[in-house]
Design a protein around this ligand. Structure first.
Ligand SMILES: C[S@@+](CC[C@H](N)C(=O)[O-])C[C@H]1O[C@@H](n2cnc3c(N)ncnc32)[C@H](O)[C@@H]1O
Length: 321
């Protein structure tokens, strides 16, 4: 996946003139904190150096993951045409860019963000895009959502891992209360990220939410540790991205997990592909999450006709109608 040209240009402008050495050094501190899931009361993106490193080393990947999660959500909810967005822990406006790419119906966004430094980056980037009218709300979600208005689409991307367990449960419940139609959560595709999504899934379904994606059902998750549910999105790295990460490869694979639930049922359930398909001559083997609540391997052969053609085209994370 390539970033949309206006976002790529906005990122290039924001990073222009900043030393690659400084971006790389702040990027590796950031990466250490994310990997360790450090929760020491300080925001990871508290200052400008960390915020710029996020633009260089993380935003392209989180954008790709979020956009894919929203595309999969839209695929299961074709009648969903949100006009308003509430995004919490907005960072540099990643969800704003991704959601606007998926739903051109969006005309107003509210973006809650606790770090002044990353919010300033987000406001600057957004000048370069054809994006909905937006209001940035300064502060921690716990206080800033006090008198918030509900929105058609409510999102929380790569934020749960920064909160302790009790705060996560409270925030998910508050976001659901503010959801007019669709709530989408995105987390890193690690076992811990999957665990946080599972906990949110259980609480939201118990609260009457309808499953939209990625699960093919609203029964208990059939996947058992040490396996975990996650997807991957491959994205092209820009020169600044490569240099700031000290990486050679021109692309990276961002692993992520997400959950989309709605106030109302949308499309019927469909199998979801849980791993890279294995294609052989005249056959494709697919690991799927199935509407009957199981996770199993399907063998689709040429004899299956149209289903075989669909299976040949399908990729990890797609749903198979
Ligand atoms: C990893 S970044 C994700 C940014 C963006 N959502 C993305 O996907 O690229 C997490 C963001 O959440 C913000 N954040 C963390 N805890 C928060 C809270 N309690 N209230 C508001 N923002 C919060 C952080 O400052 C940071 O900008």
């Amino acid at each position: 996946m390539e970033l949309p040209a206006p976002l790529r240009a906005a990122l290039d402008r924001a990073l222009d003139g900043h030393s690659i050495g400084a971006l790389a050094s702040a990027g590796s501190t950031l990466s250490r904190r994310y990997r360790a899931e450090t929760r020491d009361g300080r925001l990871h993106l508290a200052d400008e150096a960390a915020a710029l490193a996020y633009l260089a080393t993380r935003m392209p990947a989180t954008f790709s993951a979020v956009r894919r999660a929203l595309i999969e959500t839209a695929g299961r909810a074709p009648g969903f045409s949100p006009r308003t967005l509430l995004d919490v822990g907005a960072g540099p406006g990643t969800v704003l860019w991704a959601a606007s790419d998926v739903w051109q119906t969006l005309d107003h966004a509210r973006l809650v963000e606790a770090s002044r430094a990353i919010r300033a980056c987000g406001e600057g980037l957004a000048q370069g895009g054809d994006l909905p009218e937006r209001v940035w709300i300064d502060g921690r979600a716990e206080e800033a959502l006090g008198d918030a208005q509900p929105a058609d689409l409510v999102t929380l991307a790569y934020v749960l891992d920064e909160l302790d367990e009790a705060a996560r449960g409270r925030l998910v419940a508050r976001l659901w209360a503010l959801t007019r139609d669709m709530l989408v959560l995105v987390e890193p595709g690690t076992p811990a990220g999957w665990g946080r999504i599972l906990a949110a899934r259980e609480a939201l379904l118990a609260d009457g939410a309808h499953m939209i994606a990625p699960c093919a059902h609203a029964l208990s998750c059939p996947i058992e540790a040490p396996d975990w549910c996650h997807f991957a999105e491959r994205l092209a790295r820009s020169r600044a991205h490569r240099l700031a990460k000290g990486a050679e490869a021109p692309y990276e694979d961002e692993k992520f997990i997400f959950l989309a639930v709605s106030r109302r049922p949308h499309d019927g359930p469909a199998e979801r592909i849980l791993a890279r398909p294995q294609a052989g001559s005249g056959k494709v083997r697919l690991k799927v999450c199935a509407p009957d609540g199981s996770a199993r391997t399907l063998l689709v052969t040429r004899r299956d006709g149209e289903r075989f053609k669909a299976a040949r085209r399908a990729d990890w994370g797609d749903s198979l109608d």
